[in-house]
Design a binder for this molecule. Structure first.
Ligand code: PGA
Length: 242
């Protein structure tokens, strides 16, 4: 069972997202779980039963006075099952700190929402990738007991750029993440890959043994591209006839 997570980021208008949902609610993937992470105002449009709902963020405190934020309890009440935490756009552009990311992971776990923790190196950090990933993992895991988490490895230089690491590099990094977390924190965790996934490279990516799923931005906004990606993951896509 692979997980396909569609991260809408700050895209789509109300009409566009409603049309999107009307289409995807008729999809019935058998071997994968589809998770849609729309912008907050649109969460209630995603009430279908053939997919799961995720959020792109969560507030770092519980319910109460924090203008403009959305709490974990509110997300839970909207049937949100997954929350993306620590996306590089939030870390780098919105200056989200490791301490905040750690708190958000803890809050999600307390409320039974599975955190999808994003980690990844910048291009200039490629020669010390493991050091960067270790720091991003340790800062969340140290001092709290984590039993259930999904790690999304997203090289920052691959997000929205059309560039991806090679098959071998992705395999090596995902397996390294699994081994590191198993060895140091005694849990087996699912590892997703993210960064410029599209309907052209999904066949290459889908052959990587340690990939448990995909975190997809741009290509997941177009239903025809997303559909092809799902078909490849489900093993139903035959390039000869398409
Ligand atoms: P992308 O984004 O697929 O558009 O590269 C992925 C992500 O940022 O999660």
């Amino acid at each position: 069972m692979k997980r396909i997570v569609s991260n809408h980021k700050m895209n789509l208008t109300k009409e566009e997202v409603q049309a999107f949902e009307r289409e995807v609610r008729n999809w019935h993937p058998k071997k994968s779980e589809l998770v849609f992470c729309p912008s907050f105002p649109y969460l209630s449009y995603f009430d279908g039963t053939n997919y799961s709902l995720g959020s792109q963020n969560v507030a770092k405190t519980k319910m109460g006075a924090l203008t403009g934020e959305v709490s974990v309890e509110q997300l839970k009440s909207m049937n949100v099952k997954y929350t993306i935490i620590g996306h590089s756009e939030r870390r780098n552009l919105l200056k989200e700190t490791e301490e905040e990311i750690k708190i958000k992971v803890g809050l999600c776990l307390e409320y039974g929402i599975t955190p999808i923790l994003c980690i990844g190196e910048k291009e200039e950090e490629l020669d010390r990738k493991e050091e960067i990933l270790k720091k991003e993992i340790d800062s969340v895991f140290q001092g709290q007991s984590i039993k259930n988490i999904i790690i999304a490895y997203e090289p920052i230089w691959a997000i929205g750029t059309g560039r991806t690491p090679t098959q071998a590099e992705i395999q090596e990094t995902l397996q390294w993440i699994k081994d590191y977390i198993k060895e140091n924190y005694q849990i087996s965790c699912e590892t997703l890959y993210g960064g410029s996934i599209n309907d052209q490279n999904i066949e290459m990516l889908n052959q990587i043994p340690s990939i448990d799923g995909y975190l997809i931005g741009g290509a997941s906004l177009k239903t025809e591209k997303l559909k092809k990606i799902i078909e490849v993951v489900e093993g139903e896509y035959d390039a000869r006839y398409n």
